[in-house]
Design a protein around this ligand. Structure first.
Ligand SMILES: *Cc1c(COP(=O)(O)O)cnc(C)c1O
Length: 233
């Protein structure tokens, strides 16, 4: 199936007024991204700063770019002028730097806090109590140029659907608690970014409002270092 066919298939399965489809285009060429773009897709997710910066420069300006991967504090400045949503915020220090760079760019940058839900050592993210600690801190209340829209999480990479369901459900329950404790008046606190190609259906059943789909749209990724393709404009 072509990229356009894959997108059509996802859009028929997902209630797109409730769940945003993010096309994860990391390692994909500009040509492949334009194929998705020409099929109507406008929201793309990348996980490397250099790659998202290059693609933002080269591709149509009405694309919404989401940074979904781990972000280092010293690289925030490169994406601050244009990034639409930063999914993987996993420290107060990073949030403070995003706030600083957003201020410099006269913007308010939307963020999600990445919560650690997987039963794996390697995944980035904050524990539930660390998130509460950030939201209670004086330092957080001083941040005027960031807005937290919700939470992001990555489930364990397993075929055990029960386990994935439990992990997404825990995130959802925690989200509801945060909403009641810290964001009762903030209507924008409503996003749950969970679900990838392998587990997006479970994620949606467990309250996801943003699914991040890569290989399901573009096919298997070729594992190689990204090389900028400057042919498109
Ligand atoms: C790569 C990636 C995805 C997409 O994964 P697929 O399995 O290709 O759908 C989603 N979220 C994050 C954070 C990723 O790095």
């Amino acid at each position: 199936m072509s990229i356009a066919d894959n997108l059509k298939q996802y859009k028929s399965e997902i209630e797109t007024d409730k769940v945003k489809l993010i096309a994860v285009s990391k390692t994909q060429t500009n040509e492949a991204i334009l194929e998705a773009y020409n099929a109507g897709q406008r929201v793309f997710g990348e996980n490397h700063v250099q790659e998202i910066v290059d693609k933002q420069l080269q591709l149509p300006k009405d694309i919404e770019w989401h940074l979904i991967g781990h972000l280092q504090t010293n690289k925030v400045k490169y994406i601050a002028p244009f990034v639409k949503l930063i999914h993987g915020v996993d420290s107060l220090k990073l949030l403070q730097e995003i706030n600083k760079q957003a201020f410099k760019n006269k913007r308010i940058i939307d963020c999600l806090l990445q919560v650690y839900i997987a039963d794996e050592e390697t995944k980035f993210g904050l524990a539930f109590d660390e998130i509460i600690e950030i939201l209670r801190s004086e330092a957080y209340t001083e941040l005027k140029n960031v807005r937290i829209l919700g939470l992001m999480g990555i489930a364990t990479n397993t075929k055990n659907e029960k386990q994935i369901t439990v992990e997404f459900n825990e995130l959802k329950v925690f989200f509801e608690g945060l909403k009641l404790s810290f964001f009762t008046k903030e209507d924008y606190f409503k996003e749950i970014s969970t679900g990838m190609s392998a587990d997006y259906k479970i994620a949606i059943d467990e309250g996801s409002t943003m699914v991040r789909i890569g290989s399901g749209i573009f096919g298997k990724r070729i594992i190689k270092h990204f090389k900028a393709d400057v042919s498109a404009n």
